[in-house]
Design a binder for this molecule. Structure first.
Ligand SMILES: Nc1nc2c(ncn2[C@@H]2O[C@H](COP(=O)(O)OP(=O)(O)OP(=O)(O)O)[C@@H](O)[C@H]2O)c(=O)[nH]1
Ligand SMILES: [Mg+2]
Length: 365
């Protein structure tokens, strides 16, 4: 899973990114301090992994990962070259979802490019720039396709879709609102990697004091929440500055610190939970002496697809999956004990994998 971080300059994107990845992207009170894209990889916290790892004396425990891409802030008119322009948006075209950081904290020491804290205005500014960026992609594609579409029926169909998308965006709507009953057409739409087709998670960046009550008393956050509700997006409240401090702590210190702040989950935990939820993801597990590992798949994925995550041969030569629920495996103490109790299931190619399934794939190539 890959998430791209967008927002106005100076709203705390790199501060959040740093805290998430500890990758050391430059964070400073200076708009446009991020120029090159920064890419960071974060482990998905999963307490089940260490339990299984100990149970099987695994040499290695490997969590699922999320990749974050931090890019420079966009300003109004970025598509026309304002600020740093919008060329770095190309770096997040391949992302599965967008994390849109919105400034909801007042701090006169931190410059706001548009002069005041006003999150819905800011969101609309960014959304418009994303629409313009997608329109550029569509226009290029339309020019190319119309040249070759004369004698090609499937290209003609693509051209119609491209023009429908263009009209939609020109009306100020995101590509995610495009509807078409034909699965092939939708497949084509996905293949365009349009930014406005991606699901959005809003990160409302608040001040420390707002964390304890999840910012219900912060009017800026209230505005973001009602905006997000209309567009079917998720919101999570975070204080990027505090996250940066938390990222320096070890687990025990972190727990104490969170308690002192009156919260139970760090921003990273909340972001991961929100992404899993929004993208419809789940984790299944594999475990053995060599390695215990978590794998991320889409909800509804069947056993062979899950196997394919591990190796394409596993999918191609899929025979069956031997599945034990995590809780059953831990309660029984070993796979053999679970098997004796009849808690290991043999599942075929139509089995829909569940979160927390511990799976051994049998395959033949
Ligand atoms: N008070 C306060 N300041 C913050 C918070 N998060 C970030 N800042 C400050 O805001 C300034 C800008 O933060 P960055 O993370 O560099 O902003 P950015 O969104 O990456 O900006 P660009 O890279 O220029 O687009 C820094 O001085 C941060 O210390 C926060 O939660 N509270
Ligand atoms: Mg930055």
């Amino acid at each position: 899973m890959k998430l791209g971080i967008v927002g106005l300059p100076n709203v705390g994107k790199s501060t959040l990114f740093n805290s998430l990845t500890k990758a050391g992207a430059a964070a400073a009170n200076y708009p446009f301090c991020t120029i090159d894209p920064n890419i960071g990889v974060v482990a998905v916290p999963d307490s089940r992994l260490n339990v299984l790892g100990e149970l099987n004396h695994s040499k290695k425990v490997t969590p699922a990962v999320i990749e974050f891409v931090d890019i420079a802030g966009l300003v109004r008119g970025a598509s026309k070259g304002e600020g740093l322009g919008n060329q770095f948006l190309a770096n997040i075209r391949e992302c599965d979802a967008i994390v849109h950081v919105v400034r909801c904290f007042e701090d006169e020491n931190v410059i706001h490019v548009d002069g005041s804290v006003s999150p819905v205005r800011d969101i609309e500014t960014i959304d418009l720039e994303l629409i313009f960026a997608d329109l550029e992609v569509l226009e290029r594609r339309i020019a190319k396709t119309s040249r070759s579409a004369m004698n090609d029926k499937s290209l003609k169909k693509e051209l119609v879709i491209l023009q429908e998308l263009k009209a939609l965006l020109e009306a100020g709507k995101p590509a995610s609102s495009y509807e078409n009953d034909d699965p092939d057409s939708m497949e084509f739409v996905h293949s365009l990697c349009l930014l406005t087709e991606k699901p959005v998670i809003f990160a409302a960046n608040v001040k420390e004091e707002d964390l304890a009550d999840d910012a219900v008393s912060n009017q800026h956050v209230r505005a973001v929440r009602s905006y997000a509700e209309k567009t079917g997006s998720k919101v999570f409240v975070v204080c990027a500055q505090i996250e940066e401090e938390i990222s320096e702590l070890d687990d025990a210190e972190k727990a104490d610190y969170l308690e002192a702040l009156g919260i139970t989950e760090s921003g990273l935990d909340k972001l991961i939970a929100a992404s899993y939820d929004l993208l419809g993801l789940l984790s299944f597990l594999t475990t053995g002496e060599d390695e215990t590992r978590a794998w991320t798949i889409r909800r509804g994925a069947k056993a062979p697809q899950a196997a394919g995550k591990i190796h394409t041969d596993f999918e191609r030569g899929f025979i069956r999956a031997e599945v034990i629920r995590y809780q059953d495996l831990v309660a029984c103490g070993s796979a053999n004990a679970a098997k004796e109790k009849g808690l290991m299931r043999l599942e075929g190619k139509d089995y829909v994998v569940q979160d927390g399934d511990v799976i051994l794939f049998r395959f033949n190539v």
